[in-house]
Write a protein that binds this ligand. Structure first.
Ligand SMILES: Cc1cc2nc3c(=O)[nH]c(=O)nc-3n(C[C@H](O)[C@H](O)[C@H](O)COP(=O)(O)OP(=O)(O)OC[C@H]3O[C@@H](n4cnc5c(N)ncnc54)[C@H](O)[C@@H]3O)c2cc1C
Length: 362
């Protein structure tokens, strides 16, 4: 009989892990507390399908993103779209890294880019500018795709309260499973690493269609990125996007939910002032339409580590999410853990992963 697996969390991680396990023949139940998938961080972020260019300071994150991008395109290419002009730029005075070093790091990571004029996209005060192939995630499409694929395995509006580890099985709100995957980004049970919760604010802007994506690196800088809607963009800022540093998810949610008009107005002023230093035409081109509030779970450290890890406690697998395209690290590690329980049936299922997941292509 196939192993029964419970997955808590209907974000990108829970959806990907659950559907990957289902494709292998496992009996899966996914529990999501909200009435729709991708409702929390997975539906409230900058929607960038990373390639690694964002992470000059962390090798592990760059490698996971570079490899995750290819796997994402193989499996979920229909859930992202191209960005015609996708610019990464190193400002002359305010970056923590110089242009030559930045290029060297990206080249040695095996990432392709095209060097362009230092004034591309209307930028000024740049040390160097490149075009890259990062894409935009299509959230609404992803919601529908995973909802269809999960079918009866999906249990929306179901908040998991109690987990009991019985050694040979795990009890989830009174129901028995062989394994449990916790994909809540540390919102149900704390992850066994040194971390904090960061409530965040991004700003949505309306503007013409197909304006360039612009990302300034590396350090306390900012970026403007398209969304799935062709004339809506997000503005993000390393110093102004965080709303605070919290030790618990409850504290982070309170801070996020307390954001009022005055806070938003203050953020609009400081974020617009910041981007205008590099993109003087910003205020003439983009019109603010509203805030996006969310919560990040981050490891403590200064290296900008956004890699994915999975921690095993007997039959419970706890996911520390990285970026969205690093979901494959989570599914690979979980399958390895399941295999390590050395059940013959499970081993057979694992070895046919590649064949079966090919059928999931969109
Ligand atoms: C401002 C911001 C910008 C970002 N930009 C990018 C970007 O451009 N590109 C990128 O790749 N990544 C980006 N990220 C990171 C990205 O959002 C995360 O990597 C990703 O969303 C994590 O997915 P997840 O499934 O682990 O978590 P989530 O999407 O948070 O999903 C966890 C789910 O668990 C559910 N849940 C929690 N507790 C329970 C319970 N007890 N019972 C049932 N359900 C429960 C929640 O409702 C939620 O739906 C950004 C994040 C933020 C905050």
């Amino acid at each position: 009989m196939a192993a029964r697996i419970a997955v808590i969390g209907g974000g990108w991680y829970g959806c990907h892990v659950a559907t990957s396990l289902m494709a292998l023949g496992f009996e899966v139940k996914l529990f999501e507390q909200h009435g729709r998938l991708l409702h929390e961080a997975s539906g409230n972020n900058q929607f960038r399908l990373h390639l690694g260019f964002h992470y000059a300071r962390h090798h592990g994150t760059r490698i996971q993103s570079r490899d995750g991008f290819s796997r994402f395109m193989e499996r979920y290419s229909g859930l992202s779209r191209e960005v015609e002009e996708n610019i990464y730029a190193v400002p002359r005075e305010d970056s923590l890294i110089d242009w030559q070093t930045y290029k060297l790091i990206m080249t040695s990571t095996g990432l392709n880019y095209r060097e362009v004029s230092a004034t591309a996209g209307g930028l000024k005060n740049m040390d160097g500018v490149m075009m890259v192939d990062e894409r935009v995630l299509l959230v609404e499409r992803a919601r529908n795709y995973f909802k269809t694929l999960l079918g009866d395995s999906l249990h929306l509006k179901t908040r998991v309260q109690k987990i009991v580890d019985h050694g040979k099985h795990v009890e989830v709100d009174g129901e028995i499973f062989d394994f449990l995957v916790e994909a809540t980004w540390g919102h149900h049970k704390r992850l066994p690493i040194n971390l904090f919760y960061e409530p965040t604010i991004l700003l949505y802007y309306e503007a013409g269609v197909n304006l360039p994506a612009i990302t300034l690196v590396d350090g306390p800088l900012c970026s403007i990125y398209p969304t799935e809607d062709p004339n809506i963009y997000t503005l993000s800022s390393v110093p102004h996007t965080p709303l605070g540093t919290c030790q618990t998810p409850q504290e982070a949610r309170s801070l996020r939910d307390a954001v009022n008009v005055d806070v938003v107005r203050g953020k609009v002023d400081s974020m617009e002032m910041q981007i205008t230093r590099y993109l003087p035409e910003f205020r003439d081109t983009y019109r603010f339409i509203g805030p996006q509030l969310s919560i990040k779970t981050k490891p403590v450290g200064k290296f900008d580590d956004r890699s994915c890890g999975v921690y095993r406690e007997n039959r419970i697998f706890k996911v520390m999410s990285g970026k969205i395209d690093t979901i494959f690290v989570a599914s690979d590690r979980i399958l390895n853990f399941i295999q390590s329980f050395s059940n013959n049936q499970v081993e057979d299922d694992f070895s046919s992963l590649k064949q079966k997941t090919l059928n999931l292509k969109v």
